[in-house]
Unconditional design. Structure first.
Ligand SMILES: Cc1cc2nc3c(=O)[nH]c(=O)nc-3n(C[C@H](O)[C@H](O)[C@H](O)COP(=O)(O)OP(=O)(O)OC[C@H]3O[C@@H](n4cnc5c(N)ncnc54)[C@H](O)[C@@H]3O)c2cc1C
Length: 48
């Protein structure tokens, strides 16, 4: 059984593709501080 237990602190998200943006949205909705790194020039990853 897999259980997610949120811990206080800063979450690091690598890549602003669909997965990264979804993770950022989930963090935002839960009030969890995060930093999102994107190496490219825009958001969206492969779907751009
Ligand atoms: C040619 C092609 C066509 C596709 N067509 C479709 C389609 O029609 N429909 C569909 O549903 N899916 C399609 N897909 C699949 C879809 O693009 C992927 O499933 C989806 O983009 C994966 O999202 P992701 O966030 O995991 O990765 P990605 O979209 O690849 O995003 C990853 C991001 O991380 C960034 N990154 C990488 N390394 C670092 C680093 N070290 N530091 C900071 N940032 C970093 C990249 O610049 C990128 O912005 C296609 C894929 C390809 C290649």
């Amino acid at each position: 059984m897999f259980e997610v237990r949120p811990k206080p602190g800063l979450v690091g998200i690598v890549g602003a593709g669909g997965a990264g943006l979804a993770a950022a949205q989930a963090m935002q909705a839960r009030g969890v501080p995060y930093v999102l790194w994107e190496t490219g020039s825009g958001l969206g990853g492969n779907s751009r």
